[in-house]
Design a protein around this ligand. Sequence first.
Ligand SMILES: NC(=O)c1ccc[n+]([C@@H]2O[C@H](COP(=O)([O-])OP(=O)(O)OC[C@H]3O[C@@H](n4cnc5c(N)ncnc54)[C@H](OP(=O)(O)O)[C@@H]3O)[C@@H](O)[C@H]2O)c1
Length: 389
Amino acid sequence: MTAKKIALLGSTGSIGRSTLDVVKAHPGQFDIRALAAHSNVELLIKQYRAFRPQYLCIINPDSGAALKERVKDEPVEVLVGRDEMVHLAGLAEVDIVVNAVVGAAGLLASLEAVKKGKRLALANKESLVTGGPLFPPLVEKTKALILPIDSEHSAIWQALGNSREEEVRRIIITASGGPFRKFSLDQLREVTVKQALNHPTWKMGPKITVDSSTLANKGLEVIEAVVLFSMPTEKLKVVIHPQSTIHSMVEFVDSSIMAQLSAPDMRLPISYALFWPKRVASNFGALNLDSLSELTFEQPDFDRFPALKLAYDVAAAAGTAPAIFNAANEVAVDAFLNKGIKFLQIAELIEDAVETIEGVSRPTLEDILNADRMARQHVEKMIGKPTCS
Ligand SMILES: NC(=O)c1ccc[n+]([C@@H]2O[C@H](COP(=O)([O-])OP(=O)(O)OC[C@H]3O[C@@H](n4cnc5c(N)ncnc54)[C@H](OP(=O)(O)O)[C@@H]3O)[C@@H](O)[C@H]2O)c1
C-alpha cells in the first residue's frame, strides 16, 4: 500500500500537533508533503526534522525570512504567505489536505482543496461557516470529500452511517457547556481571560477555548452541521452534556438514537477522517466504562449564552449572515484576549454586527469576503468607541 500524501495546514496548533501524533502512530501509512503555520518558526522546524516534508509554508513575512535562513541548507522549499498556503492545498501530488488553521483564514485553502477534488479533513469549521453556500456546488462538481475532524461532526457522520435523509428525525449536538455552565449573568460579567481559557474537558487553542466558554463554538458547529449534512436548523438540537463523553447523536424517525462515545481525545476523530472508510486499531480516546459514573444532559440557556441563539438565527438566515457572525466573533474574541473587553461584550458585538451589516442571500466568494471584512471593521470600530460597555 502506498502512503497517503498529506498537506497539513496549521501544523503547529493543537489539531495540527494531534494530527502529527496520529501520523507518527501509523508508520508507513502517511507521507507528510507540506506543513504550514502562521508564525511559529521553532515548532515548524522541529516538525520538519521529524517528518521531512517537501514544503514548509509560513504566513507571516518576518517569520518567513527567519525560516528561510534557518533551513537554507536543507532540501525543503519554503513558501511564504497566504496565497502559497492556498497553493499547497491544491498540489497535484497531495491526497489529503488537513485544514487545522484557526479562523476564516482557512477558507480559501479549503475551497482550493475542494476545487481540486481532494479529500479535505476539516478541523477549520470557520471555512464552512463563512463560505457555506460555496461548498455544496463545488463538491457536486469535483466529487471532493469533506471529512469532518470536529468531534461532534465526526460523531454525527459515524452515527448517520448509510441512513437516508428521510430517516433522520434530528441531530443532537452535544456541548460540554464550558467552564461557565453554572455561572449567573452577574458572574459572567466578571469573567477573566484566565478563567475562560480553562476548559473543563478539552485542551485546545485559545480561540476555540473562548468560543467554547461563550457557546459561540456550539453555534459555529450548528452552522457547520447545516452545511455538512444539508440539515435545516429545526432538525439540529444542542444539549449540554458536561462529561464530553457522547460527542453527538442522531435520532432516527423510529425514535432510535445512535450516539458515538469516547474519552475526549481529538486524535480519534482525526484518525477516523484520515483512514476513512477504514477503522484502524488505536487507543486514542479509549473509554473506561467502569470509571463512567454518569452521563447527564441539560438544556442550553440562551439568555446567559446569547451567542448560541444568534448562531441559530444566522444559520437560518444563511447567505453572508454566518460569515458576519464568524468575523465579528473572531475580532471580539481577540479583543477579549488582548484588549480587555468584557466577556459578555463578545456576544453583544456579534449581535451588533449581525444586525447592522446587510446580508447577501446568494453570495459569491467576493460577497463573502466583503461581508467578513465589513464585520471585522465594524467590530473594531465598536471596540474603539468609548460607549462600548
Ligand atoms: N483544538 C481542538 O481540540 C479543536 C477541536 C475541534 C475543532 N477545532 C478547530 O480546529 C481549528 C484549529 O484549532 P486549534 O485549537 O488547533 O487552534 P490553534 O492551536 O490556535 O492553532 C491554530 C493553527 O493555525 C495557524 N494559524 C493561525 N493563524 C493563521 C493564519 N492567519 N493563516 C494560516 N495559519 C494560521 C497557527 O499557526 P502558529 O502556531 O504559527 O500561530 C496554528 O498552526 C479551529 O478551526 C478550531 O475551531 C479544534
